[in-house]
Write a protein that binds this ligand. Structure first.
Ligand code: SAH
Ligand code: DHB
Ligand code: MG
Length: 236
């Protein structure tokens, strides 16, 4: 076992991070033949810490898969907090709903099935205000309760900039915008890459380096999962 995996396991054991619910979520993902792309327990713990640090009460997640990261984020939310997670794959979305019920978090979590690009467009503050005035078709989506405090994107990398722009428009000063998997085992460095995921995260990191509306950093992450990284931005 690689030293990074051993240390990750040690941290997870030390803090008692995994419980039967989380283990069952990972098992359910394998049983459904879905990709094993959930964050690790230690990464989940870090996301939970960011929820607490930002005093988040409203979270949006893009890319639910089986709900593993969703559970970490939602557990860190206060009882009055709300999390909306968007998942394009109906099989994953249904599995995640089951897992969220098992975790007894359904009062805080809503999982929406659909393409996040389209769902977010219909959910933005401005659109909903228009809909309320009757000048645009109403929609079936949950309303935002004020600005989004924490936004976690963990889905289609080519749309990260698009999601970021939406997040900025629906945030407040101090909101966090997080983007997973931006290092990709160092492929971030490959300027000649033809992989749309690499091209997507390269463009995203470059955009962050220039966008003066946010303070950002990119955290490299090692452990049980492949070497990768999390981009962290705070709205100024
Ligand atoms: N956040 C999860 C892992 C997500 S894996 C966790 O850590 O537990 C990425 C997920 O994004 C996949 O389930 C995939 O189906 C979903 N996805 C990909 N493109 C999407 C899109 N355009 N809109 C919503 N979800 C998308
Ligand atoms: C990929 C996506 C993820 O969300 C992840 O954590 C790891 C890999 C991928 O699409 O390759
Ligand atoms: Mg990820």
């Amino acid at each position: 076992m690689h030293i990074y995996s051993k240390v990750d396991r040690h941290i997870s054991d030390l803090f008692g991070l995994e419980d039967p619910v989380l283990l069952q979520v990972e098992q359910s993902i394998r049983e459904h033949g879905l990709p094993e792309h959930s964050v690790s327990a230690v990464q989940g713990q870090f996301l939970a810490l960011l929820v607490q640090l930002s005093r988040a009460r409203q979270i949006i997640e893009i890319g639910t898969l089986g709900g593993y990261s969703t559970i970490w984020l939602a557990r860190a939310l206060g009882e009055d907090g709300k999390l909306i997670s968007i998942e394009i794959d109906p099989v994953a979305a249904e599995l995640a709903r089951d897992n969220i019920r098992t975790a007894q978090l359904d009062h805080k979590v809503t999982i929406l099935t659909g393409d996040a690009v389209e769902v977010l467009q219909r959910m933005s503050h401005a659109d909903q205000q228009e809909a309320a005035k009757g000048s645009a078709p109403g929609n079936d989506l949950p309303s935002l309760r004020g600005p989004v405090d924490l936004f976690f994107m963990d889905a289609d990398k080519p749309n990260y900039i698009r999601y970021f722009n939406w997040a900025i428009e629906n945030s407040r000063s101090g909101s966090l915008i997080l983007a997973d998997n931006v290092v990709r085992e160092g492929k971030l460095l490959d300027e000649n890459s033809t992989d749309p995921k690499v091209i997507g995260v390269r463009a995203y990191c470059e955009m962050l380096s220039r966008d003066e509306r946010v303070s950002s950093s990119i955290l490299q992450q090692v452990g049980e999962k492949a070497y990768d990284g999390l981009a962290i931005s705070m709205v100024k």
